[in-house]
Design a protein. Structure first.
Lengths: 321, 316
């Protein structure tokens, strides 16, 4: 089953002893089967909260507003039991850190059999056969023996391959990869990106890739959403975002990408200032305090989402369609 | 794994030897003449000398220790100075009763404590969790001999449901079980609390680990996550605790056997100490230490069995 995903006016806040943290505010995102969507932003911009909300894994102190419609069903309104039935069936998550993603005292094969628990039609032997085939497909040689291994006996790159295999085994309509390469070294990262690129050719569902690495996003995605301080500030086709960025934050982010500088710099460029408090988000534009193009309304009036082209939007007072 | 096992067993034997050396040193250093204490102030010097010779106390201490181990290797633990029966026979007669008592208590404590701990985690922050917490701390705080005496008063004296003393009629299973209920409960009660707390604490930690999130992200039911994914890791500290605690379970058996006049190792040691029956004390202590050391080794091997990471550390 494949369906479209649309989060509209999605807000998530965490109730903590130190006050309410508005981790996600009025986020609109959509994705269609066959698309690879990238979500990019610096640490603390709400990427992980967005993933957690899409995967129905928000902690108990999280409050959710707005809707996440997947295949016509509002995930935010489902009860815990129905949410659990979707996880590992329709929605699969590849986590950030392959080193800690698996249970250390159970074999890979044992865990991957359990992860197929929604497939009541398959016996244990059939499940193991599927695992062996899928491990081969994600590039793990000697799959039968690897199924007997414990997670710590595998390298980080191999574990991330296993994590991807685990997610694919469930035939999800929505595959979320949360920083799939962040914990890996550069060579392994390139291999995993290569693997994901290959997989997207055969896969018909939605893939959402979260990263703070612009290169990963550029290589993998069709469309990108740029997040800042809990809001989506710009969204559009990969080409449009990387070559015709309109939001001042996206422009600044691209200007700071170390991959852009070919010669060695004494100092890498940074965006001056720091993230606004998420306990008391600013009244106007979240980026206004750091923006060099801010003018009168920016600090008091929240900017609307301006439609620049068919798929290109930016939340800014200073952009014109 | 084999090298690890051999190393642990070697260390265990060393502990045995050290314990016995300490025991002999204690007898040697404790002031007072054991023969006088045992026979009373009006004993004749000949009788005293005879007793001292029978217990081997006229020999140098190091020689006593060497003799003891040389005999022990052939299965001879010495003879009861009063009845002249072999100590090994006395111990073998008493041991099953104590082992049944200790293991029953432990099994009861694990069978109730572990599920209670898991339940606490699954219902964390609720009234059930709070009630289990308060009860656990409550039962930990009550010493086993207090439970023994009060249960004796309530269930044996007032209600007359259970026998007050003994280990039941030989060959009558029902009466043996009835005789086991109160002593086992007296020992187990505090351990239920300990184990429930321990399982809860280590499981709360495990439940926060990323692999639990992975299991959740695949929609595994919560009971399966708790009982398979978390418990296998969270049970490890509890196994160590229980293995170390077995020493304290066996020592509470000494009190409990005394309260219920239940034949067993505890009663054997208490009686032997009271009558200065040194061969019996030494033999019994050796057997108890050996049991305790083997249980600790077994627990370490079990942990290595449960946690492949530990297994590899010892392999490498």
């Amino acid at each position: 089953m494949t369906g479209s995903l649309a989060a509209s006016d999605l807000s998530v806040r965490y109730e903590t002893p130190h006050g309410t943290v508005h981790a996600l505010r009025h986020v609109d995102i959509e994705a269609h089967p066959g698309e690879v969507i990238g979500i990019v932003g610096e640490s603390g911009c709400g990427k992980s909260t967005l993933v957690t909300a899409l995967a129905n894994l928000l902690p108990a102190n999280a409050r959710i507003d707005g809707s996440i419609r997947y295949d016509g069903v509002d995930l935010a309104k489902l009860d815990a039991h129905c949410q659990r039935l979707l996880r590992g069936d329709e929605i699969a998550l590849v986590g950030q850190d392959p080193m800690t993603a698996f249970n250390p005292v159970l074999t890979i094969g044992d865990q991957l059999v359990d992860f197929q628990h929604h497939r009541k039609d398959l016996g244990r032997a059939q499940k193991r056969a599927r695992i062996a085939a899928m491990l081969g497909r994600v590039g793990i040689a000697d799959a039968e023996r690897r199924m007997q291994s414990y997670p710590h006996e595998l390298s980080g790159g191999m574990r991330q391959r296993v994590a991807i295999a685990a997610a694919l085994l469930t035939d999800p309509g929505l595959l979320i990869a949360d920083e799939p390469t962040t914990a890996l070294d550069v060579t392994t990262e390139a291999q995993i990106i290569h693997l994901l690129r290959e997989l997207r050719r055969e896969y018909s569902g939605i893939i959402i890739v979260i990263s703070h690495h612009l290169g990963v996003i550029a290589e993998l995605c069709d469309r990108v959403y740029v997040m800042y301080a809990g809001e989506v500030v710009e969204g559009g086709e990969v080409d449009a975002i990387f070559h015709d960025a309109r939001h001042p934050y996206t422009q600044a982010l691209l200007a700071c990408d170390p991959a852009r500088f070919h010669e060695r710099l004494d100092r890498l460029p940074t965006i001056p200032g720091s993230l606004p408090s998420l306990t008391q988000p600013p009244q106007g534009c979240v980026y206004a305090p750091r923006c060099d193009r801010a003018f009168a309304p920016c600090t008091t009036i929240a900017p609307p989402l301006v439609k620049l082209a068919t798929a290109h939007v930016a939340r800014c007072h200073a952009v014109m369609p | 794994m084999l090298a690890y096992a051999v190393k642990r067993i070697g260390l265990g034997l060393l502990i045995l030897i050290l314990v016995m050396v300490a025991m002999y040193a204690a007898v040697f250093l404790v002031p007072g003449d054991p023969a006088t204490v045992a026979l009373g102030p009006r004993a004749t010097p000949e009788l005293k000398r005879l007793l001292i010779e029978r217990m081997g106390l006229d020999q140098p201490v190091w020689w006593q220790i060497v003799e003891f181990f040389r005999n022990a290797l052939t299965g001879n633990l010495g003879y009861d100075v009063w009845s002249n029966r072999p100590v090994s026979t006395l111990v073998l007669e008493a041991l099953p009763n104590t082992l049944i008592l200790g293991l029953t208590a432990l099994a009861v404590a694990l069978l109730i404590g572990v599920p209670l701990g898991c339940l606490s985690v699954m219902r964390r922050g609720t009234a059930a969790d709070a009630v289990i917490g308060v009860l656990s701390v409550g039962v930990i705080a009550v010493p086993s001999f207090v439970v023994a005496i009060y249960s004796l008063l309530v269930f044996a004296v007032t209600l007359r449901w259970l026998p007050a003393i003994g280990a039941g009629e030989a060959g009558d299973f029902i009466s043996q079980v009835k005789a086991l209920v109160m002593p086992a409960a007296a020992i187990a009660l505090g351990w239920i609390g300990y184990i429930a707390r321990m399982v809860r604490a280590s499981m709360m930690e495990v439940m926060g680990e990323p692999h639990i999130r992975t299991a959740r992200s695949f929609g595994l039911p919560e009971w399966k996550i708790v009982s398979k994914y978390a418990l296998r890791i969270a049970i490890i500290p509890t196994i160590s605790l229980v293995a170390v605690g077995l020493g304290s379970i066996l020592s509470s058996a000494v009190f409990v056997e005394a309260v219920f006049a239940r034949p067993g190792i505890g009663k054997l040691i208490t009686d032997a100490v009271n009558t200065r029956n040194y061969p019996v004390v030494m033999g019994t202590v050796l057997i108890m230490t050996a049991i305790y050391v083997s249980i600790t080794i077994a627990a370490d091997l079990l942990i290595a069995r449960l946690d492949p990471r530990v297994r590899d550390v010892f392999r490498g």
